[in-house]
Ligand binder design. Sequence first.
Ligand SMILES: [Zn+2]
Length: 428
Amino acid sequence: MDFSPAILRHFLAARFLRSFKDRQALENWQNRRMQIFRKSVLAKLPLYRNMADAPLDEFPIAGKQFVQDHFKDLNVLGLSFDDALRQARQGVSPKGYTIGMSSGTSGNRGVFLVDDAERKHWAGVMLAKALPPGGLLKCHRAALMLAANSNLYRATQHSGRLTFRFFDLSQGLDRHREALEAYHPTLLIAPAHVLALMARQNWAIQPERAFSAAEVLDKREANIIGRSWGEPVHQIYQCTEGFLGITCRLGTLHLNEDCILVEKQWLDKERHAFTPLITDFSRRSQAMVRYRMNDILIASPTPCACGSPLQAIARIEGRRDDILAFPSDQGGMVLLFPDDVRATVLDAAPAASDFHVRQHSPERLSLSLEGAVPEEQAKNAAAKLAEAIRRVGAKPAHIQTMPFMPIEHHATKLRRVVREFSLMEDAQ
Ligand SMILES: [Zn+2]
């Protein structure tokens, strides 16, 4: 596809026109866009038709299961979930549309529908926000390395000054080395652990900007990547549900509130931790209204020095199901956030180059440390972890130390802290 006028229009609008002088100006813009979205999209969908004028907080909260159950009433073509999934598997789509597939971590497949105009909008906005200063005055070669296998990414393959190439990580990482080194990407987008691995192995590439996408960016990995390629690593907060955020020139992650509306569902107000509910007023073939992400975001308590009124995010801490949960002394459950687990383990065992914590049941965890870790440090890590669990008010838990199993499959998102059982509030 050529760099079409539509992509260029969205690129220019997002890069140069859509700057808001303050939060109020941004919210006014969102309100206007929401009005249009309610009239032109929601009023046409069976699920929302009768409530298109209702306050947003009266709309049901959606999740993966909700979308699967109501798919037919959420898309303008009236496609059933099974038909959409079948077409996606066969690689066919209705004319003018793309049906994409996403793999759930629990194994259940998701599907989504976008039309060509939405794909161009996505590509234009993404480019506008991702390109370094100078934009398209220079030629850029972007490499996107994800296990998405989604035809959404075909939108920008050949676009004049920008070449865009997709490397599918579900085929493994090593097989891409030769091709990626020959391609010499100026923009490189990949999961953090893949960037860190390429940096450690000294791949012969020198991207102007590297973006971590699709998983939590660990501080140590950020340092390794930064040391290799000169600039602090940038972040894209993007998933099959949409393009949700990206770092500004100062390296702060901002939510794309010029394209989406974000409600904060607080997990812990003191630590500014929330789960975002996303309403995407830029979409029109499939409605995404109050879609609850599985992520824990930490809101930045102060505005970013770049001056943008788009919500600044201090960090993405992990997924809701990375939060460990324990029975409390007082009844009910208490939570231990993955960042606290990370800090506790790595402080107690500085010789560990990596670690995994798995919570198998409310009372039972396993801890594995990578590298030549002295036994004393390993014991200390388990003891400190037990202390951290007690500190949040939980009953004592049993912690078993296990040998470290490196992940072999780069298609899998790297999660260092995982809770393996569900809580009531996970169900949706
Ligand atoms: Zn900023």
